[in-house]
Design a protein. Sequence first.
Lengths: 179, 648
Amino acid sequence: MDDVVLTSEDKAALEELRSQLDRYEKSTANLIPILQMIQEKVKFLPPAAIKMVAGFLEIPSSQVYGVATFYNQFKFNPPGKNPIKVCLGTACHVRAGDIILENFERKLGIREGETTEDREFSIDRVACVGCCALAPVAIMGKTVHGHMAPSKVEGLVMRVQIEREKAERERQKNESGQN
Amino acid sequence: MSQGKIKTIDEKFGAIFAEAQRRKNEREAKPVPKIHIGLATCGIAAGAMETKASFEESLAQRGIDAQIHPVGCIGHCYAEPWVIIENTEMGFPPIFYPKVTAGKAKMLTKLYLEEGDPRLEHILGAMEENEMIPTVWEFSRFSEEKRIVMNLCGKIDPDDIYEYIAEEGYVSWAKALKGTPEELLNLVKDSGLRGRGGAGFPTGTKWEIAAKHDSSKKIVICNADEGDPGAYMDRTILESNPHQVLEGLALSAYAIGADTAFIYVRSEYPLAVKTIQKAISQAEEAGLIGKDILGSGFDLEIKIFQGSGAFVCGEETALILSMEGFRGMPYPRPPYPAETGLQGVPTVINNVKTLALVPPIVKNGVSWFRQIGTENSPGTAIFSVVGNVTHPGLVEIPMGISLRSLIFKICGGIPDKKKFKAAQIGGPSGGCLPEEFLDIPIDFDSLIEAGAMIGSGGMVVLDEDTCMVDVSRYFLDFTQKESCGKCTFCRIGTWHLLSILQRLTIGEGKEGDLEKLEQLSRDIKEGSLCGLGKTAPNPVLTSLKYFREEYEAHIKEGRCPAASCRPLTAFYIDLDKCARGCDACVGCCPVDAVFTTSNRKKGIDQDLCIKCGECKVHCPPDYNAIFKISPPHLAPVIERPKEEKETS
């Protein structure tokens, strides 16, 4: 977990956290709410944040890790710009949600719970988003895609890549225009 | 309670109630069409926000004055995103439109709201009796339900407390405050209400233990830590009618004498958290919770605790530990939380549905409640019926009706002319019931007798294409990951169970595996402390009992009878049916496993195939040339032609 590379934004968010912590009473009962607050701000729990919380509550880091790893909510990898969540609730499983997950994994070359190196995509599995009638379901960013199929996986990933390339070209055009 | 206090409560609540009625009348008197849109998580997922935006845009474009009324979820998932359009000015009854996409919203604005044609081909039915349009009540998905908890879900705006009060909300709360806590406690005890969280423990008894305790501080908790991967009714209720839950929670606090209440809700349910937060502040503003409620002298503070997602935290002792900032690992009972719970004080923990049932009981009385459902399981049950079923969604039914009527009559049976195979009830703690159990009544005791349980209320309907071994493996995979690790049998036993099941699904089963599964399952049940471990082997045990031949086929023949386990199946192309020159399967294959043979027909390279079934879906129905077979070696071999020479 130490190999997580922090971006400058991550570091800035962590700095800001120090002041946020003082709002909380120094009690173990606040451990989970504090971790939730950090995850909300930084989007994941970097090792530095764990140490900071342990120092603040005056408990060992191992205890903070113990609690954080126990609950599904907490992430230790930075999420991608396009977080992908594949629903593996019962209804989606029955309608082959695992094949959808597998296709995302193969297409992006990462496993569930991981993020691509360029921090563009991350894959997570979730248990039931509650639109079982649309099964199998995948969520990309904030959009829910129902009735997923392996060929749609390809399309979704490609769309993001094309849009990125388009934005890149625009940017280059603008830059060359200014010069 | 003194007469003076009763008078104050009546006056204070009377004023709030009158204000709610005034707002309701004002809303209804406005002579404009009203568009009700379901905007709970499930509706939003299906695109209800786009539908709403499209209505707003096209209404503005055409200069039509209409009221858009955001409501919660009605439970009819197959119809999402749905709208109900009330256009009485044009002489139509309220009409239910299913699957209203953004485009359909535009069309309805133009053709119905502007030109007065309700486009009958797009409707599900009218919501009221009339002489023009058949009603939805002729449809058994609507008429066979009995809604007590979900009665107002999808009818009122969850963000507006007055809409709930106008429908006689908080009437029970005012009524209870005029009486003593003992009266309320006895009422709940007499009603025979049983906890809807899974085990079915009598609610009144639980409350009594805490009520009798002489501690000066007591706590009540609403358990909304819904963890079953196939159930979402708690979230729906919180998002669609949060005040009924708050009212129930307040009633439970009054009955046992607690001044602090918590709602333990998953942080993965952001909309539910937001809705309930708003509901609490509105109830505080109205003086329905807080200090000296309605002048009765009773104080109650309601707070939210966001759970972080651990299935085991549905167990009350684990829930308490997680609120104290530890890993949620259950501890032995007694002492029960009702005696020593959170922070060491008596704590009563009730499920969302249990609490939401309390206000109607207080309002309508014990005999009304007792006549619904069965002798030992009075009231209603809510199921989220999903899987291979025509009309999936949330269904609230009186206890005691048969599984057959729930699945076939209410939910429309199995789609695509497939055969029913089993119903998996109660999620990871429940069991699979085959066809011969379709006629048993649904209540706490009958289901446990059959080997399943109501549990979380998740129900997955499985058709003939589902492999029971794979379903068991799926649930075991879930419980194994969610086991907190405290009890050895649960921690290691489920791991072994899972690895045996995994072996079966890839065709490496051995003689004696089934006996080992049974033995291990029984040991895990006996050697585990909490409900998670005690019920984790249920999916395995019931499917072994009722579908043993499927397990045997996996072991002895390496065959998956449902052709669902991927390592045990193969896809092949029937060359007699395949059409020359059609490239549908080649184009859709994500791994380029489909190749063209020398006579321009197609074949599948079994080494590359990942068995996603995409080619089978894309093969035009005129040819229908792709087949699935198990075991895989039965698939005819089609040689891939030698690499064609590059033509430069």
